[in-house]
Write a protein that binds this ligand. Structure first.
Ligand SMILES: NC(=O)C1=CN([C@@H]2O[C@H](COP(=O)(O)OP(=O)(O)OC[C@H]3O[C@@H](n4cnc5c(N)ncnc54)[C@H](O)[C@@H]3O)[C@@H](O)[C@H]2O)C=CC1
Ligand SMILES: O=CCc1c[nH]c2ccccc12
Length: 302
């Protein structure tokens, strides 16, 4: 069964469900989880230079034996060291990932770039050259998105951000701006209400909707799957991860579940908006010191 795809503003499309090689796999050998994910049915792999494991991701992709054209590979730009270019860093990623193009290349964090406009111009250059089919951004607040839009001749296709019901109220104006420019939202941390902010007001709502979808579809449905159905119904890419085979099956089983209703989406929105919980608050300086070779430039978070 194939994963539904979302059309991007550049005419390409992106698989709705992605397997992430970050969080638990930071700096680690992610090859087996990546191979497992592809063999189980994932076709979109989310990587990043900052994760310091692109070689492993490349090895995992190769071992899965799925033709490159059937895969969608995202990676993300780290801070560009003095004397190097965006292109240099992408070419290095391509070598590690064992491919000659990525489907999507994102600026990982706006605060790592002193001249964001110049960085975006370089991003446009690598897309024009065919090294990245689509380009976009990640962790961009409105302020940084506007900065890029001021000079963009290619509008970012995607903004990958922390997105789940407990940040949806805080993120409403950003999402509205995405819609205005036809920028696709991609979510990480989507399971936060269940795993990082348990005991909140959504718990009962998710359980109720899971039971309703289970009854309607004749399939077992978990609260996590309801959160993923909420993203899918909103046309938001879901980037998730796991090292467990049974969890991979749980994520992929969402493909066979029917959409939740507009009323259920509204109920999740409404109840979610009564609580705020951002799990990925600030740049992980400690992780950065361990896994990167440079000092972080401190630009204020917007
Ligand atoms: N652009 C960025 O700055 C960021 C991107 N990411 C990307 O997103 C990917 C996914 O990140 P997450 O936020 O971790 O995804 P997520 O919020 O979907 O959580 C996945 C985690 O939840 C666990 N899990 C799932 N169901 C569970 C349950 N019922 N009970 C307990 N645990 C459960 C999984 O084992 C896994 O560790 C990363 O690997 C990375 O590729 C993540 C963070 C930041
Ligand atoms: O790709 C994810 C990197 C990451 C880890 N922790 C945080 C906090 C805030 C933004 C991004 C991240």
């Amino acid at each position: 069964m194939s994963t539904p795809a979302i059309s991007l503003n550049d005419g390409t499309s992106i698989p709705w469900l992605a397997f992430g090689s970050g969080t638990a796999f930071f700096g680690k050998d992610a090859s087996k989880p990546v191979t497992d994910a592809i063999r189980a049915g994932f076709r979109h792999i989310d990587a990043a230079q900052m994760y310091k494991n692109e070689e492993y991701v490349g090895a995992g992709i190769a071992a899965a034996g799925v033709p490159r054209a059937e895969l969608y590979i995202t990676t993300k730009l780290n801070k560009v060291p003095e004397g190097q270019t965006v292109r240099d860093l992408l070419v290095d990623s391509l070598r590690k990932l064992r491919t000659d193009y990525v489907d999507l290349f994102l600026i990982h964090m706006p605060t790592l770039h002193e001249d964001l406009k110049a960085t975006w111009r370089e991003m446009e250059g690598v897309q024009r050259e065919g090294l990245a089919r689509s380009i976009g951004v990640s962790n961009f607040s409105l302020r940084y998105l506007r900065e890029v839009l001021e000079v963009a001749t290619i509008t970012p296709a995607v903004n990958q951000i922390e997105y789940h019901p407990y940040v949806s109220r805080a993120g409403a104006s950003l999402i509205a701006t995405h819609k205005e420019h036809n920028i696709t939202t991609s979510s990480f941390g989507g399971l936060t209400p269940l795993i990082r902010a348990t005991g909140g007001p959504l718990d009962a709502v998710l359980t109720k909707i899971a039971a309703r979808v289970a009854q309607g579809s004749g399939k077992a449905v978990t609260e996590g799957q309801v959160l993923q159905l909420w993203l899918r119904k909103k046309g938001i890419v879901c980037v998730t991860t796991t090292s467990k085979l049974e969890r991979l099956q749980e994520y992929l089983a969402v493909r066979a579940l029917p959409d939740i209703s507009d009323e259920e989406v509204a109920e999740i929105d409404e109840v979610g908006s009564t609580q705020h919980h951002r799990a990925f608050v600030s740049f992980p300086i400690a992780l950065c010191r361990v896994h990167t070779d440079y000092t972080v430039t401190c630009r204020p978070n917007g």
